[in-house]
Ligand binder design. Structure first.
Ligand code: SF4
Ligand code: SF4
Length: 394
């Protein structure tokens, strides 16, 4: 048997694997499959089409999505995980079996039939130089390339909402780092440039936690756009309103000034470039890989992949100044009686200290006066440390 697979056999095998999953990824214009029935599924289920576009990306966000553990990606795609709603992932170039014209037709059909009803997910930054030619995602019928920029622009216009998934789509990320010859921009910047007013939600991270992606889509389907509580950076507050530094297990090491100077040493990782003090995300609580661990727990500084400035102008490992430290709200407010007692204690100690100093000075004064009187009486004063005549003889 041939050990190597050509493209056709790979796609056939992929299609088989996806068919085994029974998910709606295999839907093509010719062969539509209703989502698999699951026990207890209500009769009336609204299909919500989701189009997942990958532009300037490494596909890490897709891999993270497929790692979703609770619910699993199979449950998201097969089951009615939300009452009366079913996510229909119509287009995802990395994992779908449909290809070529079939895939493109499906995309356009969804855009026309479900105007302002589908959710567009964009993974990756959008290249804009040379009319987007640095990122070609398909081909027109006349053979001209269809660019990622055109896709993002056209599909965004008719979407219910656009989810910018990952650091690159959210804030530009690594593709926009200098010198940026492709003219890559984030999704919100691309939409602003084209004056498209479709609501955008940022889900940053490199990669974002699968809960952040699935949870945001679920909240959007359940409560609509109003159901999403976003911060001033358009991120869902539920996932991005906590400072990493405030929930880090090394916080005690930070407070006591115990810093690791080299990788592998125990201690707070601030001097090794940890961006925890300026980054907001719930990584320390949620943890990656189904709650197994997260960056700092694995011994690596947080590189601030959810921060708007990621990957930063300096090195990722340049230390930051934790200028705006915030303290967890769980700290109880200072009790007035304790504060009063502490202040009283302080003044008592201060008084005792002053009495002690005065007593010492007074004692020193008495000793000096006695020595002076002895000297006046003609007594020779031997220094305490000098040996006596008897001692000398011995
Ligand atoms: S600087 Fe980093 S390692 Fe240190 S306490 Fe803050 S988040 Fe944790
Ligand atoms: S700890 Fe920092 S680098 Fe790690 S995933 Fe969270 S925000 Fe990104």
């Amino acid at each position: 048997m041939d050990m190597f697979m050509n493209r056709r056999s790979f796609l056939e095998a992929s299609a088989g694997a996806v068919t085994l999953l029974g998910c709606s990824l295999i839907r093509t214009p010719e062969g539509r499959a209703a989502p698999a029935k699951s026990p207890g599924k209500s009769e009336k289920v609204a299909e919500v089409p989701v189009l997942w576009m990958a532009t300037g990306s490494c596909s890490g966000c897709s891999v993270s999505l497929l790692n979703s553990a609770s619910p699993t990606i199979q449950e998201v795609l097969l089951d009615e995980v939300l009452p009366g709603k079913h996510v229909s992932l119509v287009f995802h170039a990395t994992v779908m079996a449909a290809q070529g014209h079939q895939a493109m037709e499906l995309l356009q059909e969804t855009r026309q039939k479900h105007r302002k009803q589908y959710v567009l997910v964009v993974e990756g930054a959008t290249a804009t130089e040379e009319e987007g030619l640095y990122c070609s995602v398909g081909e027109r019928s006349d053979g001209r390339p269809l660019t990622g920029f055109e896709h993002v622009r056209d599909l965004s216009r008719d979407a219910l909402a656009v989810l910018a998934v990952g650091a690159c789509a959210s804030f530009g990320g690594i593709p926009t780092a200098g010198p940026n010859p492709t003219g890559a921009v984030s999704v919100p910047d691309a939409l602003q440039r084209e004056r498209i007013e479709t609501p955008v939600v940022r889900i940053p991270g490199c990669p974002p936690h699968p809960d952040w992606i699935v949870g945001t889509i679920a909240a959007l389907l359940l409560g609509g756009l109003k159901g999403l509580d976003l911060d001033d950076q358009l991120r869902p507050r539920v996932f991005f309103d906590r400072c990493i530094h405030d929930n880090c297990p090394y916080r005690g090491q930070f407070e006591s000034g115990n810093f690791a100077e080299h990788f592998g040493e125990h201690g707070c990782l601030l001097k090794l470039g940890c961006k925890g003090p300026i980054t907001y995300a719930d990584c320390p609580i949620r943890k990656y890989n189904n709650g197994t661990s997260w960056c700092v727990e694995a011994g690596h500084p947080c590189i601030g992949c959810c921060h708007p400035d990621f990957p930063f102008d300096d090195s990722l490992f340049a230390p930051v100044t934790p200028a705006q430290l915030s303290f967890p709200e769980v700290y109880p407010p200072a009790r007035a009686d304790i504060v009063e007692r502490q202040q009283a204690d302080k003044s008592t100690y201060a008084t005792l200290g002053m009495i002690g100093v005065a007593a010492f000075l007074a004692g020193a004064g008495v000793t000096a006066a006695a020595r002076k009187l002895k000297a006046e009486d003609g007594e020779t004063e031997a220094p305490a440390s000098s040996p006596t005549e008897d001692q000398k003889e011995e």
